[in-house]
Design a protein. Structure first.
Length: 222
């Protein structure tokens, strides 16, 4: 009986520990771009590809470059901390992939319109992801003239890459938006049903162990 009880306690504790540690991984690290050195002091930096914290940001669109805004000007100003990543003009899109091709998850981002009171400022940011099984996920958020934090649906896990783009009116035209503080992790977030199953297993194991201990105490008292 003692051996069974120890096994159940170990199983329950290990299961709950797995859930807790993976929950922490779900929040991952935050990419702020603060450690990126500005190659053009006094101005912003334009790039086609930028690697930050082992994640690669690719620019896609007519000009194939986006700006890392170090010193906001009137045309790319967003209230808040700089640097931040800005995509504006002629169909630019920003994509993210892991440098080691590892799967990753994105729980949240900060996003904003890029140009205040400008007809070209995108009213929304559209986020699309390709998962490990090659299925696609997408969501969108309404933007304001300031950074807001947006929580992505839990389906944005086990991703191969993610793209950020904007829309104007009824046409798909990627334009004028900014992103920052991207929370990202290479540890896959367990699917909700899987997590609930583990939680149930952990609780059941600990409950059975407690029941065995109570029975043992009752026998000792008789």
């Amino acid at each position: 009986m003692a051996t069974i009880r120890k096994f159940l306690v170990g199983l329950g504790t290990s299961t709950l520990f797995f859930i807790l540690t993976n929950s922490k991984f779900a929040y991952g690290e935050t990419i702020t771009f603060n450690d990126v050195v500005n190659p053009n002091p006094g101005s912003n930096a334009s790039f086609k590809t930028l690697e930050v914290d082992n994640f690669i940001f690719d620019a896609r669109g007519a000009f194939d470059f986006v700006d890392l805004v170090f010193e906001p000007k009137d045309y790319d100003f967003v209230p808040g901390d700089s640097p931040y990543l800005a995509a504006g003009g002629s169909g630019r899109t920003i994509s993210i992939r892991n440098a080691d091709n590892a799967l990753f998850s994105i729980p949240s981002i900060d996003a904003s319109k890029l140009v205040a009171n400008n007809d070209l400022a995108s009213p929304q940011i559209v986020i699309r992801g390709l998962k490990n099984d090659n299925s696609q996920v997408s969501t969108f958020f309404n933007l304001e003239n300031k950074f807001q934090t947006f929580l992505l649906p839990k389906i944005f896990n086990n991703l191969q890459f993610v793209t950020f783009s904007g829309v104007i009116g009824t046409t798909n035209f990627d334009d004028n938006f900014a992103i920052d503080n991207i929370v990202i992790s290479v540890a896959p977030i367990p699917e909700p049903n899987f997590t609930l199953g583990l939680l149930g297993l952990g609780s059941l194991s600990l409950g059975l162990a407690l029941k065995q201990r109570v029975k043992q105490k009752i026998k000792q008292l008789k």
